[in-house]
Write a protein that binds this ligand. Structure first.
Ligand SMILES: Nc1nc2c(ncn2[C@@H]2O[C@H](COP(=O)(O)OP(=O)(O)OP(=O)(O)O)[C@@H](O)[C@H]2O)c(=O)[nH]1
Ligand SMILES: [Mg+2]
Length: 309
């Protein structure tokens, strides 16, 4: 049963990204987005929308000003990301003090996501980073006690490392289907696709996104039946240890419906469970434009599903 904490997308009113200057906030948020929404800069910070959720970036270094002005800046905040530049040890103390100061003035209790950021792949597993993060956690332990919180290592050079904590935080507050659909709809809109469908091994629909008109309904049925057949084929070839052919379909030019369209099919394995992604693309030009972005979309999709298992 859905817990009473879990609500609709619109119930996330504010997600704040904060941390010292140069901690990587702008890059982090930019990495999450697939579309370049117009950025709105207000005295309160930079406003964005990511997967349809409202984001505010705010430099923690401005906190003295904020405290003096006693604004209601944090009111209605549901999730607070705090970035600590793990490569700048000269500012660890400052970063810790800033977070403590913020926690002190909070009258509400948002979910706190602490990101040890710039943990690039070559240093993330190092002894040095492990020691430093343990040390910082120890220093923040008491201040964070009243809050639900989580720590992660993040780097803009690994998409799933930034997407992961974002999806994780959303999943704490929203039903999983809302989070997954939001992620998929964003890509659907940007790439102007006709249909995106995720099926599980039994052919059940995990997520569906398509046009709202009659045409959209036809596209959806078409993708579902096509996806179920392709997934059977795929598993059969796989089981028989035969090389798996490319299972994408090109609809002929002279077809009455969707001439020149393409169906892209991918199998995704997450912790031994099989899922299938079916996408309907109406024109060859659109296929050209999604080719480059598809691998990252698929890796993000895998991460998003994985976090729900
Ligand atoms: N190595 C590394 N550098 C990063 C990463 N993320 C951001 N940076 C770099 O860190 C610097 C600061 O990044 P920004 O995103 O501008 O930081 P910010 O927190 O928005 O800074 P302000 O707007 O001044 O508050 C830039 O030179 C980025 O390229 C990362 O994951 N790894
Ligand atoms: Mg910035």
């Amino acid at each position: 049963m859905m817990s009473d904490k879990k609500k609709k997308k619109g119930s996330i009113r504010k997600i704040i990204f904060t941390g010292l200057d140069n901690s990587g906030k702008s890059d982090f948020v930019a990495r999450l987005k697939t579309q370049n929404n117009p950025m709105n800069v207000t005295p309160e910070g930079e406003q964005y929308e990511v997967f349809g959720f409202p984001i505010l970036i705010w430099k923690a270094s401005d906190q003295k000003k904020l405290l003096l002005e006693k604004t209601h800046f944090f009111d209605e905040t549901d999730i607070l990301f705090y970035l600590i530049d793990i490569q700048d040890e000269t500012r660890f103390d400052e970063a810790v003090d800033n977070l403590k100061a913020i926690l002190k003035i909070l009258t509400i209790k948002p979910l706190i996501m602490i990101c040890f950021h710039k943990a690039d792949t070559d240093i993330a597993q190092s002894q040095k980073v492990r020691k430093e993060t343990e040390n910082i956690k120890e220093q923040l332990k008491d201040a964070l006690k009243p809050f639900e919180h989580s720590y992660t290592l993040t780097t803009i050079f690994d998409y799933t490392s930034v997407l992961g904590p974002f999806v994780f935080a959303l999943s704490k507050l929203l039903p999983f289907s809302v989070v997954l659909d939001s992620y998929i709809i964003d890509y659907f809109d940007v790439q102007q696709l006709a249909c995106i469908l995720v099926l599980d091994k039994s052919g059940a629909i995990i997520s569906k996104t398509t046009g709202v008109d009659k045409e959209g309904k036809l596209d959806l049925d078409f993708c579902q039946v096509t996806g179920m057949h392709l997934s059977e084929l795929y598993e059969l070839y796989d089981k028989s240890a035969m090389p798996i052919p490319n299972l994408s379909i090109k609809i002929p030019e002279n077809s009455k419906r969707n001439p020149n369209a393409m169906v892209l099919f991918e199998r995704i394995i997450i912790r031994n469970k099989h899922y299938y992604l079916v996408m309907l693309i109406k024109t060859p030009e659109q296929f050209e434009s999604i080719k480059d972005t598809l691998p990252e979309f698929v890796s993000g999709l895998s991460k998003t599903i994985e976090l729900s298992l």
